[in-house]
Design a protein around this ligand. Structure first.
Ligand SMILES: [Fe+2]
Ligand SMILES: [Fe+2]
Length: 255
């Protein structure tokens, strides 16, 4: 396995590892994002077993001991499996996440006390970089789910949103909604819930310049339109689920 490194917007690097054994024959990528500033931030740690690989990749960009912030979409192995390995090699690093993640998982699971971020709270990374944390509970999955928006570059690190299979280019201007719909059909990885459409449309209001996908290429172009189209598809799925005869009013799941 190799980890490819690409600068997707000014000072934001995508580290991408392709695993052909997952979701064959297309395979699957795992991406981390390093945001450079006076205080470098890593969004997604990579799987615990991938730590030597990702550590070696980060070393090509900065001394790993310089990491100041570690954050991720939600508490799950591919998002934060190597969290404690990073805390061990980066003495100044703090894990930062929303209140739910800290209370439900990180206060216990992280080797150092995490920094709690309120919904909408920003961290100044220096050199003009500023990241804003936004709660997106259960979207696409995980009670503690959230995304991170880097304001200077307009880069939305959107975690598992828009997940797709395959090993595409690092950066694309082509459609990311169709492949995301296909992956949802394949994996059914999202927790369908009534707040999905409104929450994703709230992200569209940021009018991001770039969407940094955890599993797929980064997208530049009309990101707000892509987010609205994804929100529409989740609304469609929710309506379909609610009209399913097993769950319709008056029915029971056991019927
Ligand atoms: Fe996930
Ligand atoms: Fe993920």
């Amino acid at each position: 396995m190799e980890t490819k490194i690409t600068e997707i917007s000014g000072g934001i690097y995508r580290l991408s590892t392709f695993v052909p054994q997952i979701a064959p024959p297309a395979g699957f990528t795992f991406n981390q994002f390093l945001v450079l500033g006076d205080d470098p931030l890593l969004f997604h740690t990579g799987l615990r077993q991938m730590f030597p690989l990702i550590h070696s990749a980060i070393s090509r960009l900065i001394p790993p001991g310089r990491l100041r912030w570690i954050t991720f979409g939600h508490y799950e192995a591919d998002e934060c499996g190597a969290m404690n390995e990073w805390l061990a090699v980066s003495p100044q690093a703090e894990v930062a996440h929303g209140q739910t993640s800290c209370l439900v998982s990180l206060n216990d699971m992280a080797d150092r006390t995490p920094r709690v971020l309120q919904d909408g709270e920003a961290i100044d990374l220096g050199k003009g970089k500023r990241v804003r944390y936004l709660d997106t509970p259960h979207i696409p999955h995980g009670w503690d789910a959230g995304v991170l928006y880097e304001e200077m570059t307009g880069t939305l690190m959107c975690g598992d949103l828009f997940t797709q299979v395959g090993d595409g280019p690092a950066l694309t201007e082509t459609d990311v909604v169709g492949p995301a719909i296909a992956a949802e059909d394949m994996f059914q990885y999202s927790s369908l819930n009534p707040g999905m459409g409104a929450t994703i449309r709230r992200l569209a209001k940021l009018a991001p310049h770039t969407l940094a996908l955890m599993h797929g290429p980064s997208f530049t172009g009309d990101a707000a339109a892509a987010l609205c189209a994804l929100a529409d598809d989740y609304d469609r799925r929710l309506r379909a689920a609610l009209t399913d005869s097993k769950f319709a009013a008056g029915g029971t799941a056991a019927a």
